[in-house]
Design a binder for this molecule. Structure first.
Ligand SMILES: CC(C)(COP(=O)(O)OP(=O)(O)OC[C@H]1O[C@@H](n2cnc3c(N)ncnc32)[C@H](O)[C@@H]1OP(=O)(O)O)[C@@H](O)C(=O)NCCC(=O)NCCS
Length: 114
């Protein structure tokens, strides 16, 4: 199962901290805010969440439960919490792979569930 999403960075320009905390986890906010270009980072995470919904063809997914973390080398991955594990079990899938890219104007992400 595969999903992809692209978003304009400026979509997030006027978001308040309250807006961020509705969609993003504490770890995601800490990570994004550690960069000067934090809007690109938020936009990339948002793309992962939307691509995840597309991969599963399920619009009931709770965005805040889809948490993007990073390995020591910076590679992003989805945190395997109880919610994600329950979805994978229900769909008879085992692995989730993601990739993110962003520039000044756009971010894009792809999610592959196998
Ligand atoms: C990882 C790398 C390829 C990212 O490419 P980039 O064009 O700078 O940036 P992009 O916007 O396309 O990608 C950024 C995203 O890549 C992802 N990423 C970072 N390190 C990664 C890694 N080791 N593996 C997979 N994905 C990685 C992250 O998701 C990051 O976004 P995020 O931190 O907001 O989540 C690049 O920074 C890098 O480390 N290259 C190493 C090789 C190199 O530098 N060679 C020198 C050639 S002259």
């Amino acid at each position: 199962m595969v999903g992809i999403d692209i978003e304009k960075i400026n979509r997030f320009e006027h978001w308040t901290d309250e807006g961020y905390t509705r969609i993003f986890t504490k770890n995601e906010i800490l990570y994004a805010k550690s960069f000067e270009n934090y809007l690109e980072r938020f936009c990339g995470f948002f793309c992962v969440k939307e691509a995840f919904v597309k991969a599963l063809d399920d619009d009931t997914i709770m965005y805040k439960e889809i948490e993007v973390l990073h390995t020591d080398t910076g590679k992003p991955y989805i945190n395997r919490n109880e919610y994600i594990d329950s979805i994978l079990k229900e769909k008879h899938k085992n692995t989730i792979d993601i990739s993110i890219s962003h520039c000044k104007d756009y971010a894009v992400a792809i999610v592959v569930i196998e």
